[in-house]
Each structure stands twice: as structure tokens, then as C-alpha cells.
Design a protein around this ligand. Structure first.
Ligand SMILES: [Zn+2]
Length: 57
């Protein structure tokens, strides 16, 4: 059966490892998206990129 679609991930800025800061940034990102705040969402995406580089190499 084709269940690859049912398990498709939601579109996220990145695919972060499990860490509190990642979760925090991700939550803030989704909140911004829900509120329709694109500017904030974009900045959270950038923030996640910075965090990934500094904290996760
Ligand atoms: Zn992290």
C-alpha cells in the first residue's frame, strides 16, 4: 500500500534534532505561522539556522 503520503511530514523550516531550544524555536515558528505573521516566521527560520550551526555543528 502507499502509506508514504499519510506519514508525510508537515513543512518545517528545518528538520531539527531533539533539543529544548529547537523545540522552543519551532513552537515559536508555528505560532507565528498560525498568527499569519510571516515576518516573524521568517526570522524564526533564520534563528533556527543560527541555532543549528552554533549548537549542532
Ligand atoms: Zn537544537
Amino acid at each position: 500500500m502507499t502509506d508514504s503520503m499519510t506519514h508525510a511530514k508537515r513543512t518545517a523550516p528545518v528538520d531539527p534534532p531533539r533539543c529544548p531550544t529547537c523545540a522552543q524555536i519551532k513552537a515559536a515558528y508555528y505560532r507565528s505561522v498560525r498568527e499569519g505573521n510571516r515576518e516573524a516566521a521568517v526570522s524564526w527560520t533564520a534563528e533556527m539556522g543560527r541555532h543549528l550551526r552554533s549548537a549542532h555543528g
